[in-house]
Design a protein around this ligand. Sequence first.
Ligand code: DMJ
Length: 711
Amino acid sequence: MFLCAFPCVSHSRLPLFLRKYISPCKRRREDAQPGSAPRAWTRMPSCARSEPGAPTAGSPPPAAAGPAGRGGPGAAGPGALGGPAGGGAGGGGRKAAGPGAFRLTEKFVLLLVFSAFITLCFGAIFFLPDSSKLLSGVFFHSAALQPPPPPPGFQPRAPPQPGAGPAMPEEAGGAGSLERIRADHERALREAKETLQKLPEEIRRDIRQDKEKLLQDARGRKEAAAAGLPQRPFRQPVGAVGREPADPAVRQRRDKIKEMMKYAWDNYKRYAWGLNELKPISKQGHSSNLFGNIQGATIVDALDTLFIMEMKEEFKEAKEWVEKNLDFNVNAEISVFEVNIRFVGGLLSAYYLSGEEIFRKKAVELGEKLLPAFNTPTGIPWALLNIKSGIGRNWPWASGGSSILAEFGTLHLEFVHLSHLSGNPVFAEKVMNIRKVLSRLDKPEGLYPNYLNPSSGQWGQHHVSIGGLGDSFYEYLLKAWLMSDKTDEEGKKMYYDAVQAIETHLIRKSSGGLTYIAEWKGGLLEHKMGHLTCFAGGMFALGADGAPSDKTGHHIELGAEIARTCHESYDRTSMKLGPEAFRFDGGVEAIATRQNEKYYILRPEVIETYMYMWRLTHDPKYRQWAWEAVEALEKHCRVDGGYSGIRDVYSNHESHDDVQQSFFLSETLKYLYLLFSDDDLLPFEHWVFNTEAHPFPILRKEDGSKEEKEK
Ligand code: DMJ
């Protein structure tokens, strides 16, 4: 360590009696041909030992070093300072008194000078700015400081652009820039000030949490490496948890929604833990064939809601369940769409919010299991897939073996993030190919039919819907553009063109002045709107900002009108909860006329639209309408064992369907909670929600490869 300090001092400026002590090194430097050896080679032998490629203790010394170079008998103990004066070979005579030997006082002076010099060096290291970097350069000059080698197929990320938006959430800009150092120092100062204001027990708790986080990070890194995933530094995401709302009335409502979440969760835990969903009346598990025998849908779907509501204990137990029990190595035929939006989506969000590697690992593992679904002549995926055999098929009822628009069109956000997190472009390639197939096809009147044959690449029946079978395809066009930091121009164009066609051919106004979105069947309109279609109000408002030809205000207005119509569909029932579908014909408006359309299964779409409208307009009526829904849910859906759907919302007494849907926890309650939170909880500038309300971070322009975001 001492010797390492010397190369930075010119030999000629050293006191004479010191020069001879370092002369072996000096001579070595002079012996070297200029430019013939790396700079490191000119260092003192003991320094060179830490250079890459330099022999370590026990390895044979290079021939050029000669027997006296190192490792000789004199290399240990006091003789380690160098060879004998004059640099004779070997260590013999190192202790013999001779003309060159010092007296005790000289030795003392020598020691003092050494000490002063070392103190100076250390002082410089510790007090120079960013001393940690100097220290690491001097003492830890090792491979640990080198970036890890890229995994196969991993696209290197572009350096951040100056002036680009804030890095999000884990990819900050280039290390070492002055800006970054200044920001780091300012942050450190701020944190120090905050720490000074804390109580001792708060400081102790913070330290404990930091320690846990460090341990957990280390564990996670190991797991990720074992799964072949690239290393990723995790940074606290923006707006993952919010402040308490300032207004006590709002705070109280938000607390109520958290209590509802707790009630739904506790009952699931009590009666159906580890199974997909809860039957709250019969108080047992509910299995839906959408997930085959993959288990734990409610747990995975609820993870991010638990996180943003700061239900830490529950989040922890959910995470532990995922770690120990979530198993995809099962012989199961699953719905690719449902598993993607709930399981892949839930795991991705949980990872982005918490940084727990287990979620990234599981998401990528599941994503890989879904890949065989794309093995069709066109690459348009099957609806159903056996994740063990990799054999896929379509729903038998879907127009001549077609795949469904809302199913294959709702993979994009998740698959782009899977590529981003795994470094494997295959996921993004699969969904970009879907885009390619769609953009080549003729669209009747600019509309996208709900059915597409994955073998022929041709449309099936010309049925168009912004509700069931079509809905989230449109949603994902817009959100793909937003999630790409507005670089996915193709997604943007497809979205706004589609909205134009929808307005022209599907959107109508009732005689009572209610705007609705009808369904289109080969050119004929069915004047019916599904509960599912109600999400479109939020979508129009969210997309208003980018609308072409000064149509921003118009798109907001369209969102507001759809929100009003959907609110009417709730308000015109006896339970103040909306039916599955409502009609605008036969003398009725926004009312279900068929018995099999009168049910409510805890769906989120109307509340989702209120949430977007609230965030984008701050019109208090949206909070009011949302609160009406909360009251109705409490009155009619809350039962002894959780929350249940209702068979007929027009009836005066409840007939429960006995299912607590997993999307009630992931979507309905999350959107309600956001409605009564400040806008800086999961702000739209940083997050995009998948169709199951799982938040994904926007991929900043400087993040990720082009392939993941474009085409
Ligand atoms: C959710 O699973 C998703 O929102 C999906 O897109 C369709 N609808 C259900 C909830 O109604």
